[in-house]
Design a protein around this ligand. Structure first.
Ligand code: B3K
Ligand code: ZN
Length: 847
């Protein structure tokens, strides 16, 4: 397969200011007639080259005259003598057999589209690239009984009935957009409706479209939509720009959701929620994804990407915006902890592995493989660092200038950075390395104290290891929030400082330091880096009790936990620090996160070679010790946070979380009272958070209540696909030794399906994240995942490719496991007819 390079970018030879699409819809066969008004872009003499994939071409006309042309491979080339023309193509497509879920496909009786990044070419012939912006007129015609609702981007301008039982709707989107933002839906759907009055007083009709039974489960998503619309007006000065905003939820969807202009299409897991079926984490994720897609209306749609190498222009910025939004809705500290946990779990391993790429990559084989934690989550960290360096006013001036300057354009990350610089006067020359460099910088920090001179010196030095294709690294600019605490008084010594480290090493001086200081470093996780310091276990325990930055306080306890997992020594200081945190009187949601041990994956990332079994044994032993030494405290926490009535407030969510963390520690020793308590909670819970938490702790247990709970859960939710996903996941993530066999059996369960991406991720994706059981020494986990990759690749390459990366981590493991993982990667690469999606990840993983 061909490698696409950023350095080969050229502007399009033809522009397409107008598009008229006419869909004659049917699940088995849909006819698409497209009329493109094309104009030569400058003086280039090239023909018009249109992309098309899997289309059956019926006819082509140029200015009304039939042409005798045929596609070659995946392009259709049309000669145009003058500087403009109207090109009309007619094609047939087959939604019902479209298992890739790209282009127009069928899901649960409805027809819907997914175009980003390159799905529009599976609907019609088109220059399917983000720098071609067009105004769309779309007519949808379909059977009125099967598809009573017909939706497309923008505003509905006309509808009508046909004598044969079919009907039609005509939609117009006044905002020029790239083809990846096109959307259409036909289905038997019911709306939850609402309205929103914008800052300038326009009323917007809002609707969330789902199956009739699901309408009551849309209220939370609707509330989140309205909150995010207001939030974007207040915080970024961005108002919605159409009279309608539609959201459709579908059961078969390759990722979370899609920001199509005025017609967002969502994976139903990010829309549907009620107390009985969704956990607190689900509710939070729904609000975050609804906000994210809404925020794309400005960061992505009004200003879009010039080419797909610029993907982080819209994704990093929009993730940053949704993180800020979520931080404003509840505990900002806990939200930051979640964001960093996700970055460390998903992005740091990527940055340290074979697929490491900068947030602005230089090349790709398949763009779908680059919707990564690096582009999204590290991309958001890069925006956050600029916000830190510019300060709130400078950053807002920067985004204002960006919206002003580039509205209606398809631009680059460089355009964004220049707006930031021009508006604030801050020089970001060195900072730009963050866009071009892969890898996670390491920072070494040591503190020295001169008691006589009453000064302290913080010695900092940074390194960035080579990554594939980038053997030599430049010095990065690291914005570091630091503070010192007095080791005797426990008080902060002076103000927090923002240090901008621009050299390989530097010493920062502090005056008036009268007691031995302990350094609080990278507070708020101000830079997405790995910090190594000479702080002792006592220093970390001290910070976990005294640091006044909540993230740093959490981090101190996590680092103490990490140190405990990595050495076999005494763990009583950790137990004491956790006990003290439980008694700190801090917010329950914060305590719940702080007292959790780092995951096995997190601890493994810090080892030269991951010791799969040793780490599991050690972590379980530490957990049992925390569970038994603090037994009385855990019971007290468990009972003190027992609500008698379910509420969805931040306080109630925090109490549920802490109570369920306590239940986890109580279950660490599998004692009878804890098992009985968990089972009772499972049976009597009035909400999914508590029911699922109980099922989760039971899933690791050998008690008979475990199987009883799993059976009851399945029976209760047999008709709810989203809840059944949880039933699959909880078994795939069990630490029990029989999990590999259990997962193999679940692969043949009647409710398992290779074609539904949620179900696939719930079972196979969850299993691949179960460090101790996926990495079973006999290689059975690797074989199971590789078999799944090959089975799914024939149906849905994007979904298959996502499952390959766990195998690509072989360098991190012992020689025996590495050989087994490589053997599976080799088997995948040798398979005939492999998609380029899977080929790219598997072949790069072998290097
Ligand atoms: N922009 C979409 C992602 C599309 C993924 C294509 N492979 C969702 C989002 O980031 O909002
Ligand atoms: Zn996005």
């Amino acid at each position: 397969p061909q490698t696409i390079r950023l350095s080969d970018y050229r502007p399009p030879a033809w522009r397409v200011p107008q598009v008229a699409l006419d869909f004659n819809l049917g699940a088995e066969s849909t006819r698409v007639t497209a009329r493109l008004t094309v104009e030569r872009n400058g003086k280039r003499s090239e023909p018009l080259v249109l992309d098309g994939q899997g289309l059956t071409l019926v006819s082509v006309k140029r200015d009304g005259v039939a042409l005798d042309v045929q596609p070659v491979g995946e392009t259709l080339t049309i000669d145009i003598p003058g500087d403009s023309a109207v090109i009309e193509t007619v094609v047939d497509i087959a939604p019902a057999t479209n298992t890739r879920l790209m282009g127009l496909y069928a899901s649960g009786g409805m027809l819907c589209t997914q175009c980003e990044a390159e799905g529009f070419r599976r609907i019609t012939f088109f220059p399917d690239r983000p720098d071609v912006l067009s105004v769309y007129d779309v007519k949808l015609t379909a059977d009125a009984a099967l598809y009573p609702v017909l939706l497309a981007n923008g505003n509905e301008v006309a509808t009508g009935q046909l004598p044969d039982g079919r009907h039609w709707a005509q939609w117009h989107d006044p905002w020029p957009k790239p083809s990846y933002l096109f959307a259409a839906v036909a289905g038997n759907l019911s709306p939850l409706r609402d309205t929103f009055v914008t800052a300038s007083g326009r009323t917007v009709d809002l609707a969330i479209w789902v199956a009739a039974d699901d309408v009551p489960r849309c209220a939370h998503a609707m509330a989140a939509l309205k909150t995010s619309m207001r939030w974007d007006e207040v915080n970024y000065g961005r108002e919605y720009d159409l009279d309608r905003f539609n959201i459709v939820a579908v059961g078969d969807f390759n990722f979370g959701a899609m920001e199509n202009k005025g017609l967002n299409i969502f994976n139903s897991r990010y829309i549907l929620a009620d107390a009985d079926t969704a956990t607190d984490a689900d509710f939070d994720a729904i609000a975050a994804v609804v906000a994210h897609e809404y925020f794309h209306n400005w960061t992505g749609n009004r200003i879009t990407c010039r080419d797909w190498f610029q993907l982080s222009l819209k994704e990093g910025l929009t993730v940053f915006r949704d993180q800020q939004f979520s931080a404003d809705q509840g505990s900002a500290a806990v939200r930051r902890i979640d964001d960093v946990r996700m970055l460390r779990a998903g992005q740091f391993p990527e940055d340290a592995g074979p697929m490491a790429h900068p947030i602005r990559p230089d090349s790709y084989i398949e763009i779908s493989n680059f919707y990564t934690a690096t582009i999204y989550n590290k991309g958001a960290e890069v925006i956050r660092m600029m916000a830190t360096l510019l300060g709130p006013d400078g950053f807002r001036a920067g985004t204002d200038l960006y919206f002003d300057r580039h509205d209606g354009q398809a631009v680059t990350t460089e355009d964004f950075v220049r707006s930031m610089e021009d508006a604030s006067g801050v020089d970001l020359a060195q900072f730009r390395n963050w866009y071009a460099q892969a890898g996670t910088p390491h920072l070494d920090a040591r503190i020295t104290h001169d008691a006589a001179a009453r000064t302290a010196q913080l010695h900092l030095s940074q390194t960035l290891a080579p990554t594939p294709g980038q053997p030599v690294k430049p010095v990065m600019q690291l914005p570091l929030r630091v503070a010192l605490f007095g080791g005797t008084t426990g008080k902060r010594l002076g103000d927090e400082r923002l240090v901008s480290l621009t050299e390989a090493s530097a010493t920062i001086d502090f005056d008036n330091i009268d007691e031995p200081p302990v350094a609080s470093l990278n507070r708020g996780f101000s830079a997405p880096i790995i910090v190594q310091s000479d702080r002792s276990r006592a220093d970390l325990a001290f910070l976990s009790a005294h640091d006044d930055d909540p993230f740093a306080r959490y981090e101190a306890l996590q680092q103490l936990g990490q140190a405990t997992l990595l050495d076999s020594g005494d763990d009583s200081d950790l137990v004491a620090a956790i006990g003290a945190t439980l008694n700190s009187g801090l917010d329950a949601a914060f305590i719940a996160e702080a007292v959790l041990l780092p995951s096995e994956a997190m601890a493994g990332d810090a080892m030269a070679v991951v010791d799969v079994d040793g780490l599991h044994t050690r972590r379980e032993a530490v957990r049992r010790r925390i569970g038994s030494d603090l037994n009385a405290q855990w019971w007290a926490v468990y009972h003190a946070n027992n609500a008698n009535r379910y509420e969805l407030t931040p306080e109630a969510k925090g109490r549920r979380r802490l109570r369920n963390v306590a239940l986890g520690y109580l279950m660490a020793n599998d004692d009878a009272e804890a098992v009985a308590t968990a089972f009772k909670q499972f049976e009597t819970a009035d909400n999914m958070t508590d029911r699922m938490a109980a099922l989760n702790v039971l899933s690791h247990s050998n008690a008979p209540e475990r199987d009883a709970a799993l059976a009851a859960f399945h029976a209760r939710y047999a008709d709810n696909a989203l809840v059944l996903d949880k039933w699959f996941s909880v078994q795939a993530m069990s630490t029990r030794a029989d999990t590999p066999a259990a997962v193999a059996a679940l692969m043949t369960h009647p409710d398992f399906s290779y074609t539904n991406p949620n179900r696939l991720r719930a079972l196979v994706g969850a299993y691949a994240a179960n460090q101790v059981r996926f990495n079973a020494a006999d290689g059975s986990g690797y074989r199971l995942v590789a078999d799944a990759v090959l089975a799914v690749d024939a149906l849905n390459p994007q979904a298959a490719a996502r499952l390959v990366s766990p195998l690509g981590r072989w360098k991190r493991f012992d020689a025996a496991r590495a050989a087994l993982m490589r053997a599976e990667l080799e088997r995948i690469v040798a398979t005939e007819g492999l998609s380029k999606d899977v080929f790219e990840i598997a072949s790069k993983s072998l290097v």
